[in-house]
Design a protein around this ligand. Sequence first.
Ligand code: GCU
Length: 682
Amino acid sequence: SAQKDYRLWLQYDKITNLQVTQEYKMGIKGIVSLGNSETSTISLRELESGLTNMLGNKIEIKSKIEGENNLIIGSQSSLSSDIQKNILSDFKRINNEGFIIKSISLKNKKQIVITGKNDVGVLYGVYNFLRLLQTNKSISNLNVIDSPKINLRVLNHWDNLDRTVERGYAGFSLWNWQKLPDFIDQRYIDYARANASVGINGTVLTNVNANALILTPQYLEKVEALANVFRPYGIKVYLTARFSAPIEIGGLKTADPKDAAVANWWKEKAKEIYKRIPDFGGFLVKANSEGQPGPQNYGRDHVDGANMLADAVAPFGGVIMWRAFVYSEHDANDRAKQAYAEFQPYDGKFKANVIVQVKNGAIDFQPREPFHPLFGAMPKTPIMMEFQVTQEYLGFSTHLVYLPKLFQEVLESDTYQKGKGSTVAKVVDGSLTNTKLTGIAGVSNIGNDLNWTGHPFAQANWYGFGRLAWNPYLDAEVIADEWLRCTFSNNKNFINPIKNMMIKSREAVINYMTPLGLHHIMDTGHHYGPGPWVSDLSRPEWNPTYYHKADKNGIGFDRSKTGTNATAQYATQVEKIFDNLETCPEQDLLWFHHVSWDYKLKNGQTLWSGMALKYQEGVNQVQEMQNSWNKAEKYIDAERFKEVQMLLQIQYKEAKWWRDACLLYFQQYSGKELPVGVEKPT
Ligand code: GCU
């Protein structure tokens, strides 16, 4: 039912495996909660309802430890010394947000302890414990010790104050500004709960294309109400700061960051915000990008702008997340080079509480991009990752695409900035350069649709983003396995083929949209469906033709030495690989090279035939996804089955649309027949 859709991965369905149920019933006789904060009440209620639903009987809540097989939950300081003795050394292995789940023997009686340094850590432990049950793992000898590897694990909501969501495909914004602050929608609580269950600890409520009104007292009162809801779940609130706010809502004549009145205005604004929200996270800023105002309007640079805001929030422990997503039509020779060219020279110049937010690739959230050259290239500057969870360029919420595959590919990429093994993950978790302030952002795919994300499988992208934000070394396949079990069923006959379908889905979308390194050929503006022919937009670098550069000789963007030399922005080892046609991975071929239609691919096919066959492969893969899904009917509820079935049918239709549109268009240039095996357009 719609209820199931709404409950995300927190279904807590009654466990059907009798043996497993038996083990859990024997192993959990009662719960003893030692805390007395709002957060510990949430932990207790979550365990109580989760266990009751999964085991089918009520679990006794005890006021003190009696008998054996109790779940004892509480932070380090609430534990009695005889319990602490059992786990003292484990506390050294966790950070402030980490947790310990451990089977211990107390006065010769077996107990399970869930603890952490504070109550939010305990809450994370509780969700982790419940997940063990959701995935039918044994709890007989527990020893789970885990901490998040990244400090700031935030969702970026591109939500406008009128509740439209930029690039949002799941309804309108969750934030009902008109009814806030007095009306607290249950959804705010459920949202916080879902985030906490995967370890997300921050939310930027507003669009990067910012509206200064959010910083007025009328709105801050509403933001405060949301912050109060999220706080016990360990979630901090952040806002986007429109750089020209001092003019728009402050009555100043300028927003020049070097103007004393401007700096002072932001200081006062920060004070005002922190008075309401003492744990306010800070600001996310898009400046001098795509028409947004910024320090350059006043002849200043990004460092001036970021540091001025950093000074305003520093006394309160706030951070500035300053975006490196910049490109200008005045330097349109290669958009991919601009962020690096502009930001790399600033390395070491930002204040300590500034973190530069970099998109995973140098263009804009394409189905596949090589990793952004800024990763690892600013060793003296905290750099945070920005992924897009909403599927702007990947079929909105109609196409099933499992994004943790994409995220993992980027995180595993080797930047070589400190020699072999300098992966993007090590840049993002700070271990490569010993950076203390670390972060990862996901542009949210959440809206007020009943099922939160539009496509039932887009829930997996929210979930997977959270899991990778906690630990960027996790495997996407393991995450898919967890998510399927928590969301649908533990039945192997369901899990295995459907997991397979999810894993395959990412390559499928690349194949039918942008194979072999093609990019940004989506139809213009909305970015849905093919538009490789579009060439009449006012800014050159918005036109798909700018990116594929197809002509009679071939196709692709030459970013090698013979072209724009964007490859030189990477470490030498990486530069060499990308620069050379022979060593450039074929998946990135047309990203870095303009290649003739007759160029021989590794499998012996010509580029034209190989490309055409990739488009066909994408279509075939969607058909295989449909076949897998059709066999899943007997394992899950009819409603979600049907929804996904209909969506896959649309995806199949549109995969063919992509194939036919792109091949017919590119064929004008290649002048060649479609190879055997590619269906003729109908
Ligand atoms: C993309 C997207 C915009 C968004 C921008 C950004 O260009 O299409 O809607 O504002 O990214 O990340 O700032």
